[in-house]
Design a protein around this ligand. Structure first.
Ligand code: ADP
Ligand code: MG
Length: 450
């Protein structure tokens, strides 16, 4: 138990404060066996356990490794009568093992290490990730022939690992005999060090080079500054590449920006296709939340999705985390899943990320873009030169504020709420059909941000 206390304080430095508070702090240590290197962590409910298994088990393990110099098997245990999620028949102690473990029950039976949920059909594409997604699909369909290597880069929590796993699932699904190997670069480094120590380098090379058709390495930036690893990786890369075996890498930056990376390696990382992922825009964020809710069987009201999407903008992992939090709170308190609840659940984040934008400010920004006056927008005229800006102003007020539909209608000259709904639909259609309108909307959004 002492061990878990130390692990907690080391985790505090490793994860974002928000994640620490909401995901790590509520975890207790149920059992620890230092001899067998096993630890069982108590979690409030199954979904919390699954979330930890998907997102934090790596951090937990590496904190344990630093403290004990050994690799612990980590599992999570939820109380039996957890009614927060539809649970399978009760077992005395429910274990959700770390999903990255090959033997874990929730991991795919196909390729070891791949998270089952990370597939192309659960990935929501939008303008900021479409290119990476198409490239990944191409590679999944035709490994080793299109782009080699495929290098996917972008900030944290934007779906790089998701796409990498999706490629693995796809290749395996189409050809179960293809030998797909997935590792994080951290695992790769550890494996290399252990192989050197045990004098088992031949087996190491066989694993990654000779018995591998598709090599997926996550977060390649971690091999920077590690000379021996770079050396091994360099030779492995050359062999695989010359045999037309597919290599896919993810990274938090461009090859040429990774510090302490050997030049000859940097240049190889640039041989194939480089695809970036940027934070998704508002519509994509809403779509991701809807998809996630669908997968989890949650009935998610539109205004809740929009409120969450409006406030959590940087990172999809945080977006999903926020949704989970709102859903959990609604279930725990038995109150409806609505905007009110969302504000309560996300209180401190919402207060911090966004000062409120007044509907009036939005309206003025739209007027400036379209060269019309506020009184025209609020007035009765139905000429296209006025109606389009009016509808766009309603749409942006809906997106950027918490005003309800009737409040928006009232603000724009006493229109009723069905008029507002029609306006929102119309703008969505215009926006999808007309790039110029989309650019205008974006311009107004940007002008409101600075
Ligand atoms: P990264 O590896 O870039 O840090 P991940 O692939 O781990 O990010 O993604 C973080 C979380 O966000 C995962 O749960 C993933 O499924 C989800 N996610 C990211 N992008 C998307 C997307 N476009 N559609 C659906 N889920 C996404
Ligand atoms: Mg990742």
């Amino acid at each position: 138990m002492e061990l878990w206390k130390k692990t907690l304080s080391s985790l505090r430095d490793r994860v974002e404060p928000y994640d620490y508070k909401h995901w790590i702090a509520p975890v207790s240590c149920e059992r620890v066996d230092e001899g067998r290197k096993e630890i069982v962590l108590g979690v409030p409910d199954d979904s919390h356990g699954r979330w930890l298994a998907e997102h934090f088990v790596g951090a937990i393990k590496s904190a344990l490794r630093d403290l004990t110099q050994s690799d612990f098997a980590v599992s999570f245990s939820a109380p039996e009568a957890s009614d927060l999620v539809a649970a399978p028949p009760p077992a005395p102690l429910k274990l959700v093992s770390g999903v990255r473990e090959p033997e874990a029950p929730v991991a795919s039976v196909g390729v070891p290490g791949l998270i089952d949920r990370y597939r192309f059909d659960s990935f929501v594409d939008g303008p900021t990730n479409q290119f990476a997604m198409s490239a990944a699909r191409g590679v999944g369909d035709h490994p080793g022939t299109l782009y080699n290597p495929l290098f996917i880069f972008g900030g944290v929590g934007l779906g790089k690992t998701h796409l990498l796993h999706a490629i693995g699932h796809e290749v395996h699904g189409k050809n179960p005999r293809a030998r797909v190997r997935y590792v994080t670069s951290e695992q790769f480094v550890n494996d290399l060090i252990a192989s050197i120590q045990k004098n088992e380098m031949n087996a190491f090379r066989a694993r990654y080079r000779d018995t591998c058709d598709v090599l997926l390495i996550d977060d390649i930036q971690f091999i920077a500054g590690k000379d021996r690893t770079q050396e091994e990786f360099f030779h492995m890369f050359n062999t695989l590449h010359s045999l037309h075996k597919q290599i896919v890498l993810t990274c938090d930056q461009l090859p040429q920006s990774i510090p302490d990376m050997e030049d000859r390696l940097t240049s190889r990382l640039q041989w194939g296709l480089i695809a970036d992922i940027k934070p998704p825009g508002f519509e994509t964020r809403v779509a991701i939340l809807r998809r996630r809710a669908e997968v989890d069987g949650v009935d998610l009201p539109d205004d809740v999705a929009m409120t969450v999407a409006r406030h959590i903008t940087r990172n999809v992992r945080e977006l999903e985390g926020a949704l989970m939090r709102v859903v959990a709170m609604a279930k725990l308190t038995g109150r409806p899943l609505d905007v009110e609840m969302t504000h309560q659940a996300l209180g401190n984040i919402i207060g911090k990320t966004l000062e409120r934008i007044a509907p009036d400010t939005i309206m003025k920004a739209v007027c400036a873009e379209y060269k019309v006056s506020p009184s025209e927008l609020k007035g009765p005229r139905r000429h296209r030169n006025i109606t389009v800006p009016r509808q766009i102003a309603m749409y942006l007020v809906r997106e950027l504020t918490d005003e309800s539909l009737p409040q928006i209608g009232a603000f724009f000259g006493g229109r009723d709420h069905s008029t507002v709904i029609n306006s929102l639909k119309r703008v969505e259609a215009l926006r999808d059909a007309n790039p110029e309108i989309r650019a205008q909307i974006d311009r107004v959004r940007r002008s409101l941000r600075d």
